[in-house]
Design a protein around this ligand. Structure first.
Ligand SMILES: C[S@@+](CC[C@H](N)C(=O)[O-])C[C@H]1O[C@@H](n2cnc3c(N)ncnc32)[C@H](O)[C@@H]1O
Length: 237
């Protein structure tokens, strides 16, 4: 099996069982709370009738809190994920948290999802771009995000780079099985080039480690977690 197919199939297996076994906002899991910077950047935008896109939304860790904020402003959030189970659970969560009118769910691959020019005020991609098939695909998706953002709109990208997996039982370290394992500097340099006409608001990376069960084994997933936030120039600042 080629690397992409194997990585994609493991990703789907992992997320399907994780989402089925853990509730949204369950303490002690990575679903416990939204990613702070994702909500903080929303504060910089005019919320009136705001249009948000969450690429690789999962079961709504960020989308549901965003939708709760948008509710008072007639805004909507388009939520896409590759996995139908994730979208089914997201829909249940949107009803549970009474934000089903704000959430526009869709099963789609970020790699082929089309975005209209100037469609969104805010685009979030949290742990999604490391799951596309190639550097070329990565650049294409980011270009679509760029073209799809209105003047003064914001893109927030969080992704893992330089991924390694450590077998907890044997201690063996191997390169992470992931669709796109970029070096941290490489990811930043693509993003800097693609967003060269934008104002870069945040650019940082932090080492992170997370225990997961994958391939039927306990593994530690180590990576550099990058945060890249940029704002499109134009309009009245
Ligand atoms: C680690 S989870 C993060 C989910 C959510 N963004 C969050 O922060 O809670 C990654 C999600 O991206 C989805 N995903 C992976 N590759 C994708 C792709 N090519 N297109 C759309 N979604 C994808 C997975 O199904 C999974 O739900």
């Amino acid at each position: 099996m080629n690397n992409f197919i194997q990585a994609r199939s493991e990703e789907i297996k992992y997320h399907e069982s994780f989402y089925t076994e853990n509730d949204l906002f369950e303490p002690g899991t990575w679903l416990a709370k939204p990613v702070k910077v994702v909500l903080e950047m929303l504060e910089l935008l005019n919320l009136n009738r705001i249009r948000v896109l969450d690429l690789g939304c999962g079961v709504g860790r960020n989308s549901i809190p965003i939708a709760q904020i948008l509710k008072n402003h007639n805004g909507t959030i388009t939520c896409i994920d590759l996995i139908p189970t994730a979208i089914d659970i997201l829909v249940e969560n949107s009803k549970k948290y009474d934000v089903d009118n704000q959430i526009l769910p869709e099963v789609a691959d970020a790699e082929s999802f089309s975005i209209l020019p100037n469609e969104f005020d805010y685009i979030v991609s949290c742990s999604c771009l490391e799951h596309v098939s190639s550097v070329e695909a990565f650049r294409k998706v980011v270009k679509r995000m760029i073209d799809g953002t209105k003047e003064r709109g914001i893109n927030t990208i969080l992704m893992s780079t330089e991924i390694e997996e450590i077998d907890i039982e044997t201690g063996k370290i191997s390169e992470g099985l992931i669709e796109l394992n970029l070096k941290t500097e490489e990811a930043f340099s693509y993003l800097q080039e693609l967003y060269k006409d934008w104002e870069i608001l945040i650019e940082r990376n932090l080492p992170q480690a997370l225990n997961e069960v994958k391939y039927g084994k306990e593994i530690e997933f180590r990576s550099n977690w990058i945060t890249f936030v940029a704002r499109r120039k134009g309009g009245i600042s």
